[in-house]
Design a protein around this ligand. Sequence first.
Ligand code: KIV
Length: 257
Amino acid sequence: MRLDLKTLRDMKGKTPICAVTCYDAAMARLLDQEVDVLLVGDSLAMVVQGHDNTLPVTLEEMIYHTRMVARGSTHAFLLADLPFLSYQTSVEDAVRSAGRLLKEGGAQMVKLEGGRAVVPQVTALAGYGIPVMGHLGLTPQSVHAIGYGKQGKDSAAAQTLLSDAAALEQAGAAMLLLENIPHDLAEQVSRQSSLPTIGIGAGPGCDGQVQVLHDLAGWIPDFTPRHAVKYMEGGKALQEAARRYAQDVRERKFLSK
Ligand code: KIV
């Protein structure tokens, strides 16, 4: 049986929550029993689809990938990102998009980016029984406005982030993701909020951590974001396997042993 929201919320302050992004059934099968949360992140636009940022991925594509991850997993909590323009435009769009990720994709919770600006959306989703995770700090869907640098660095920005976190909690958010902010600020949010916080580039004071699978696995050998921790050299291992295979074929050794 899948982990549920109550279980994750009960883990706050007791057991660190482990999350990783996942985009298809094959990977979901490998990861399902190892982590608590599989996030179908809109990072799929970059690491799977090859775009420069997360903006191009569509709701249809997010549903398609969420469905694959749902099919490949039975244990981990399934979280999916609301992609750019699927929720900012109106509360109605947010409810419809989030509802489709649950209904057609099999997600148990959706994640959206932003603070006070998305409070009406969070209030509506929570009101309709759709669990929602807020995403604060570096919000990649705002790349053209804020870039990819660390957020919340000065005291005014830190105060804004703290009040955004409180506003999202008040609106009914179930969890918070904190991306690329100072460690002490993430720790302060985690202490002040009753919601579990999941960090990426936000230090050890969060209630859990998330990594992008391709970073963790080293599948993009020539690029490692600052917040990424590589647990294997998967890209190099795959290239080496492909090289050996190609060599065997070219030397007519393949299947001849
Ligand atoms: O889309 C994504 O991969 C994310 C990261 C912050 C984990 O939201």
